[in-house]
Design a protein around this ligand. Structure first.
Ligand code: ATP
Length: 417
């Protein structure tokens, strides 16, 4: 089945909130065998929603609509759908009772306009909303299914799982299709190399497809497969994954929700080691990424934000001489910072970052984006030099993620520099 998602709300168009409902609905629709071909956002405007709905009805079998079911004047979804389909709105008694109880239980007087939330297109299947006031509904028109859900993500998710999934399962009995995806994450290989290595697989088979995404200096390859059931889809994914691993497996570092910070944490715990950081241009970002993993106190000792030259001297022992001779952004300073981080905290491993995040601060031989990453372990130091591109924020993020990969590679290679 072909489907599309329409999110209603001017705040989405203004960029005040991200359209996370569409992302959620796409993932869930795939599990029901609905291929989503379009996401559209429309403001709280009747004419534009009507126009969009007419277009959607001309090309999609399933239309998922979210938002605009509230009680206020700018909530126009319910009325616009009814008008466009030429179906009258009628009061659903059970929904009205639920709305009344919702307010009673909270000791709040129900305002008159909440009553309009119980208005449902005639003949529609009502989707109960256990945690809010606005019910959703599914209305059928010329064999097309229009599923309408409220905007608040927690309400939408609960209603999708409790009501929309059973609705579609019953409808599609005997012709169930499942679409599943797996993401493989790579480090140290660029998009063009991946393209070269996997070009034949990118030409989608009838039941699987491959896509890639470059994010945070990592390349993600997504394998999607469609099967009669989960087992069939998973078997297809495993077959494609095997081929990919055989070709570029040496760059693979994780899958699905794995993050490099989590992998580093796992490795450190297994090896019973602790890490400490000394950060200059990243200003604590590396420590922050490490502590995103729950339980990080087991492997993270702490850190030093050594932004100024004085801090580099007093906190992690980078000498005046080193700074004078080589500068604070240098291989020598990075090595000393890593050593100082470990020695001054009592951690076995020290990791450092020093660089120029820009936009100012570049020198003749030291352009914006130049970053040194140092690693100290058992009396030895190793330093990598990088040149990152992009905004200040981008450079900081790239440096912190790269530092995590430096530690990951060290830990996964049997502690070799
Ligand atoms: P309500 O009864 O709360 O007014 P509603 O169906 O009218 O429900 P909206 O008013 O459109 O929903 O949105 C309510 C809130 O839900 C928004 O302020 C926003 O926080 C969240 N929201 C709405 N649409 C989306 C979306 N597409 N993705 C993520 N969050 C959303």
């Amino acid at each position: 089945m072909q489907g599309e998602i329409i999110a209603v709300g001017s705040e989405l168009l203004l960029g005040q909130i991200a359209n996370t409902n569409a992302a959620y609905l796409s993932r869930q629709a795939a599990l029901l065998g609905v291929d989503i071909f379009r996401h559209t956002v429309v403001g709280d405007n009747k004419d534009r929603l009507r126009q969009l709905l007419i277009e959607a009805l001309s090309r999609s079998e399933v239309i998922l609509i979210t938002g605009g079911l509230g009680p206020t004047k700018d909530d126009i979804t319910r009325e616009t759908i009814a008008e466009t389909l030429g179906i009258p709105l009628i009061e659903d008694e059970t929904s009205l009772l639920h709305i009344r109880q919702f307010f009673q239980q909270r000791g709040i007087a129900m305002s008159q306009n909440n009553q309009k939330q119980a208005m449902i297109p005639q003949g529609a299947v009502v989707l109960r909303n256990p945690s809010g006031t606005a019910p959703g509904f599914v209305v059928e028109k010329d064999g097309k299914e229009i599923v309408v859900l409220p905007g608040p993500p927690s309400e939408l998710r609960m209603m999708f799982e409790n009501s929309v999934v059973p609705y579609f399962k019953e409808k599609c009995q005997g012709e169930e299709k499942v679409i599943l995806s797996r993401i493989l994450k790579f480090w140290g290989i660029g998009e063009s190399k991946i393209d070269e290595a996997l070009s034949d697989l990118f030409e989608a088979g009838s039941n699987h497809s491959i896509a890639y995404l470059f994010q945070n200096c990592e390349v993600q390859v997504r394998i999607t497969a469609k099967g009669k059931n989960s087992n069939e889809a998973l078997r297809m994914i495993a077959g494609v994954e095997k081929i990919i691993r055989a070709r570029i497996g040496k760059y693979l570092f994780g899958a699905d929700d794995d993050t490099v910070a989590e992998i580093v944490g796992r490795e450190l715990k297994e090896q019973k080691m602790k890490i400490a950081v000394a950060e200059s241009c990243t200003g604590g970002l590396l420590g922050s990424l490490i502590t995103d993993t729950p339980g990080s106190s087991e492997f993270f000792e702490g850190g030093f934000i050594t932004y100024s030259n004085d801090a580099k001297q007093s906190m992690v022992g980078v000498s005046k001489k080193t700074i004078g001779e080589y500068g604070p952004v240098s291989q020598e300073a990075a090595a000393k910072m890593a050593e100082g981080a470990a020695k001054n905290s009592g951690a076995q491993i020290g990791i450092s970052i020093t660089g120029i995040a820009g936009p100012g601060g570049s020198e003749k031989d030291k352009p914006v984006g130049l970053v040194y990453i140092g690693l100290y372990w058992k009396g030895k130091t190793y330093v990598e030099k990088h040149l990152f591109m992009g905004s200040r924020e981008r450079i900081k993020y790239s440096a912190a993620i790269t530092a995590l990969h430096v530690v990951r590679k060290f830990l996964q290679s049997g502690n070799h520099f």
